[in-house]
Design a protein around this ligand. Structure first.
Ligand code: P6P
Length: 338
């Protein structure tokens, strides 16, 4: 059978194949991920024609982050809450857009999972037709925890994630996820309305040719990161690099995952704890990047080892291929020991 005649695998078929990795969950994993798949199709339909419908701009409200909520932020959040809340297996939802966790299926014994998400990362780019993304992370309820303590369902280190991923609404719409057995990408085929396997077993190259950081913060970030960037530009890794920084982390990370290199958002004077969120940005991205053979740290520690203390906790985030990340860590360590 010619390649183009090979029947494509949909994400539902792929998830079903993964199902056996969840021994205590008959169909649960499929049900949760299918909720995210449906929500992402609804979101992408709005993103695709945002310029034509009254969906651009802000709702004149400020979210828990103190950021002006874009209409599409609210729409995306509502879609994810709606399609996930109908899954009996989910007990708790936590979103960038909601200060407190959302309890669903109060009292249902079947509720064993929590889903944490950033419904629309990069939303400041929405009006500019620049790629934005949905990021999600799935946890099992810790033993002995009930719905009386919804935060305890999600305040878990990233190593406890059972699955994680993102949807990039870019020149095409691609869902990338891991359930701990490699990283797989599915591109939405609009004529069919299905996510089809397009990037099986993604591996991040050990070396790349892009570095990604907002260099406007050069004067207000820790010196080792400035030294690392200056070194890269001076050829410290033996090759020429290009700077790419889109301002939508999902898009910048997706390029890093496929092409290699490094994405960095270190702490700055304005964001001493880092700008990005540990639970629903750094952890899911870290799971994906590590499963693809890369590294994800705060410059010192693996992101997925960090014990969270608050749902909206911020963290510095560095992700990339082995060579760039090893060089960064050596630069940071040398500065610490001098
Ligand atoms: P800055 C988008 O708002 C976001 O959270 C990430 O997607 C992106 O990498 C970062 O902020 C950009 O932040 O400070 O460079 O505008």
């Amino acid at each position: 059978m010619k390649k183009e005649d090979t029947p494509m695998i949909t994400v539902q078929q792929h998830i079903h194949n993964e199902q056996h990795r969840f021994p205590d969950a008959s169909g649960t994993f499929s049900s949760i991920l299918s909720g995210i798949v449906i929500a992402s199709k609804v979101i992408q339909a709005k993103v695709r024609n945002a310029g034509l419908s009254d969906i651009l701009g802000s709702v004149d409200q400020v979210n828990v982050q103190g950021e002006v909520q874009q209409k599409l932020d609210v729409y995306a959040n509502d879609a994810l809450v709606h399609y996930l809340s109908v899954r009996e297996s989910i007990g708790v939802l936590a979103s960038e857009e909601n200060e407190e966790p959302i309890i669903v299926h109060q009292g249902s014994d079947g509720a064993k999972y929590a889903v944490v998400f950033d419904p629309l990362d990069g939303s400041s780019n929405i009006d500019l037709s620049i790629g934005v993304g949905t990021i999600f992370s799935i946890f099992r309820r810790p033993k002995g925890v009930t719905l009386d303590d919804p935060e305890d369902w999600v305040l878990q280190p990233g190593d406890q994630q059972v699955a994680a991923g993102y949807v990039l609404y870019g020149s095409s719409t691609i869902l990338v996820y891991t359930a701990g057995q490699g990283v797989h990408g599915f591109t939405l085929e609009p004529s069919v309305g299905a996510f089809m396997l397009s990037h099986p077993n993604i591996r991040i190259p050990d070396t790349g040719s892009y570095y990604s950081i907002n260099e406007a913060y050069r004067e207000i970030m820790p010196q080792p990161y400035v030294d690392f960037v200056d070194g890269i530009r001076a050829g410290s890794l033996g090759r020429t690099y290009s700077l790419r920084f889109i301002g939508s982390m999902v898009a910048d990370v997706h390029r890093t995952l496929l092409r290699g290199g490094i994405f960095m958002y270190p702490s700055t004077r304005d964001f001493p704890e880092g700008r990005l969120r540990l639970l629903y940005e750094a952890n899911p991205i870290a799971f994906i990047v590590e499963q693809a053979g890369g590294q994800a740290t705060d410059g010192h520690r693996r992101i997925m080892e960090i014990e969270p203390h608050a749902i909206h906790q911020r963290i510095p985030l560095m992700v990339g291929g082995k060579e760039e990340m090893d060089k960064l860590h050596a630069t940071v360590a040398a500065a610490s020991s001098s």
